[in-house]
Design a protein around this ligand. Structure first.
Ligand SMILES: [Zn+2]
Ligand SMILES: [Zn+2]
Length: 279
């Protein structure tokens, strides 16, 4: 009886670490997941594999107005994989905003001035299922006035098959996240959710490139050297200086981006393996 109790005790302590070990080796988004390469092929990009077994491979591709990157991540405490695609735009479009499908409460971490936006009655044909926030309502409206963009955004949730889709505009960065259903593997999520997100990202990159050009033509102060790269506001309030590249931005904007807004900085959330090692 004593032996039985002892065996049960040993099993009690030994099983969880073994399960964790198996999970971490089998479920990690390692290079064995061909889905990363499948996505790279579909979007005419390249796949960068991180050193060691930590982190997600990063798929890199070109965009009309900047550089695109895609990776898989897990939010703290969550069981589902999230496919994230980002555009690092060549020029700032001067505002921050968030669109979430289906409707969600306002973001906890946010750019100063990011507030809930309700569409005018004449604009409710689309985005009925989405919640919207912005630091500059008129610039978000300018973007959503493009009927193609609005229609495309509306169809995105169903097109990807994701449980949730979130679109974040942050000054120089556009960020799209699709939450895969629980049980999907990282590579599977990249292969199935990634292509529609990248297509949407290409359209938004072109639209916001156009907006950036218009803002440059009128000499908008949001594009000045003292402006935050995450929202276009002045960085005097809530400042944060990147330890990787020294660039200043708002703490809230850094949280929204989960890192630096500079794609060549090792502190960027999806820094390429070489940049991260160097940074
Ligand atoms: Zn900011
Ligand atoms: Zn930096």
């Amino acid at each position: 009886m004593l032996w039985l109790g002892l065996a049960a005790l040993v099993a009690f302590f030994a099983v969880p670490p073994v399960v964790a070990l198996v999970e971490s080796t089998v479920l990690r988004p390692g290079p064995r997941h061909v889905g990363f390469w499948a996505l790279a092929r579909v979007v005419a990009g390249t796949c960068h594999v991180p050193w060691g077994r930590r982190g997600s491979p990063v798929v890199r591709f070109s965009l009309p107005q900047g550089e695109g990157r895609a990776r898989a991540l897990r939010m703290p405490g969550a069981r589902d994989w999230v496919v994230e695609v980002r555009a690092y735009q060549a020029h700032s479009f001067g505002f921050a905003a968030r669109i979430a499908f289906p409707r969600r409460p306002p973001a906890r971490w946010r750019a100063p001035g990011l507030t809930v936006v309700e569409l005018f009655p004449s604009e409710t044909e689309h985005l009925q299922q989405a919640s919207l926030e912005s630091t500059d309502e008129s610039l978000l409206r300018w973007l959503l006035r493009h009927p193609e963009t609005r229609k495309h955004l509306d169809a995105l949730h169903a097109e990807t098959g994701a449980e949730q889709v979130e679109v974040v505009f942050a000054g120089e960065v556009i960020l799209l996240r699709g939450h895969a259903p629980v049980g999907w593997k990282a590579g599977e999520a990249m292969e199935h959710i990634g292509p529609a997100l990248v297509e949407m990202l290409r359209a938004l990159s072109a639209d916001l490139g156009e907006l950036a050009l218009a803002l440059r033509n009128v000499g908008d102060p949001a594009l000045g050297a003292a402006a935050c790269p995450g929202c276009g506001g002045m960085t005097g309030v809530d400042p944060w200086a990147c330890t990787g590249c020294g660039r200043h931005m708002h703490r809230g904007c850094r949280e929204m981006l989960d890192g630096c807004a500079n794609p060549r900085c090792g502190m960027a959330a999806d820094a390429l393996p070489v940049a991260r090692t160097a940074g």
